[in-house]
Design a protein around this ligand. Structure first.
Ligand SMILES: *[C@@H]1O[C@H](CO)[C@@H](O)[C@H](O)[C@H]1NC(C)=O
Ligand SMILES: *[C@@H]1O[C@H](CO)[C@@H](O)[C@H](O)[C@H]1NC(C)=O
Ligand SMILES: *[C@@H]1O[C@H](CO)[C@@H](O)[C@H](O)[C@H]1NC(C)=O
Ligand SMILES: *[C@@H]1O[C@H](CO)[C@@H](O)[C@H](O)[C@H]1NC(C)=O
Ligand SMILES: *[C@@H]1O[C@H](CO)[C@@H](O)[C@H](O)[C@H]1NC(C)=O
Ligand SMILES: *[C@@H]1O[C@H](CO)[C@@H](O)[C@H](O)[C@H]1NC(C)=O
Length: 367
């Protein structure tokens, strides 16, 4: 597929980036990236990043621009940046560009250009299109895009229900991607060449005509997919090598989970920072902060370790990410443009908060 790129102006904020210790958490592939720590801002009119990730091989951060339907690719050390645009998607209000998901092994940056109205209507209007984008960071090109229409039609045919709200993406060891829906839980498998198949689904939970949000984020450790179901508050685990994924999955409660009356956990992104080798996952809950989960049995069970509170900057955390040796959360301002987050606001400065020390404080209890 074709990709347009435009070189944007340079906005450099060297002052906010300070030097940290050597990048010991990347034994290979990316150990050369200049260490980054401390809070920083990204200044770009209407960036509104819901998802972001870091290419630790080429040392570039990728910030998804939710409403523009573009990606800001930025060298956080030099400030050099460019905007990646996608024909038919960028500048098209039908799409929101949410998830940005990097795989160090394959060098792929996965992007979700999902149907905006599904989220804006909060599960009422599930009519729109969703596009999966596979971008190769080594050749700076879109490898392919895939429309999810055929899978949504298959879900409708099989279950009689309408699913929508594609969002997060995880990858297995063989480089297959798993793209999940939020309204009605389903997982679409996308091979490295771009062949789609419906891999898994559960019945949607529909209350008074509103399809509830089950999963928002998903991550993988090796061949195991893990998510948190917002409706039940339970963890979901599926081994992609299972003979029958529809039978061979598990659902279990988090140990030491906070009481459901206190918090409603939705993990907009649930992310295992490379520095913890797949044993820690950070859940960005669109509100109070970043929940820290732990597992030492490849997510057959999991424990809640605590909450890293959101920075008090008026935004909500929708994603966390390891950048060099530091852990960052974003602040998304969904309501800048009005009460239903379908309108874009007019903000230019977007803060990224270094939560490394707070997370390490919580993970110390489990070594
Ligand atoms: C980010 O920008 C805000 C508002 O302009 C400013 O108050 C804050 O100090 C900046 N943060 C950093 C780390 O530069
Ligand atoms: C987003 O759109 C605004 C114009 O509305 C433009 O100024 C800005 O550079 C765009 N940013 C990205 C990352 O697309
Ligand atoms: C926006 O996306 C919709 C759905 O894919 C498509 O029908 C429409 O042509 C697109 N508009 C533009 C201007 O590309
Ligand atoms: C659902 O959203 C689509 C796209 O914005 C719109 O055309 C349609 O009228 C909406 N349907 C309802 C029932 O609101
Ligand atoms: C469903 O709608 C009815 C009528 O508006 C209302 O009384 C009821 O509380 C609603 N149920 C739920 C679970 O929201
Ligand atoms: C998560 O689930 C709770 C309990 O069912 C519900 O009250 C809340 O609205 C859900 N959150 C989202 C974002 O759907």
């Amino acid at each position: 597929m074709h990709l347009n790129t435009a070189i944007a102006t340079l906005f450099v904020s060297f002052n906010v980036l300070s030097l940290a210790s050597p990048t010991e958490y990347y034994p290979s592939g990316g150990s050369g990236c200049p260490p980054i720590s401390g809070d920083f801002n990204v200044s770009n009119f209407r960036l509104y990043p819901e998802g972001f990730d870091y290419d630790s091989v080429h040392c570039k951060a990728y910030f998804g621009s939710l409403y523009n339907g573009t990606v800001l690719k930025k060298d956080l050390t030099t400030g050099e940046e460019e905007i990646l645009t996608f024909p038919g998607i960028s500048g098209n209000d039908t799409y929101h560009l949410s998830t940005v998901q990097y795989n160090r092994k394959t060098g792929v940056m996965y992007l979700s250009a999902n149907n905006g109205i599904a989220f804006v209507s909060n599960g009422v209007n599930l009519t729109g299109p969703n596009t999966f984008i596979k971008y190769d960071t080594s050749i700076d090109r879109v490898v392919f895009t895939a429309d999810m229409g055929s899978i949504l039609a298959e879900l409708k045919a099989r279950t009689g229900s309408i699913y929508n709200g594609y969002q997060d993406i995880a990858e297995d060891v063989a480089g297959n991607a798993y793209y999940m829906t939020t309204f009605g839980p389903s997982i679409t498998k996308i091979t490295p060449e771009g062949t789609l198949s419906l891999f898994f689904y559960l019945p949607p939970v529909i209350i008074n005509g509103t399809t509830q949000a089950n999963w928002a984020g998903i991550f993988s450790v090796g061949n195991v997919l893990v998510s948190l179901d917002n409706v039940s508050g339970k963890m979901f685990r599926l081994d992609t090598t299972a003979k029958d994924p529809f039978k061979d999955y598990s659902i279990y409660p988090l140990a030491d989970s906070p009481p459901r009356s206190d918090v409603k956990i939705i993990c907009d992104r649930i992310y295992p920072p490379p520095m913890f080798g797949g044993k820690i996952a950070l859940c960005s809950n669109d509100g109070t902060g970043t929940y820290v989960f732990y597992s030492n049995d490849v997510w057959k069970s999991a424990k809640y370790l605590g909450l890293v509170a959101s920075p008090n900057d008026g935004g909500v955390p929708t994603a966390a990410c390891q950048i060099t040796n530091s852990l960052y959360t974003n602040s998304e301002y969904f309501l800048d443009g009005g009460p239903t987050f379908d309108q874009v606001g007019s903000r230019t400065v977007f803060p990224f908060t270094d939560i490394t020390q707070e997370v390490l404080k919580l993970t110390r209890s489990v070594g």
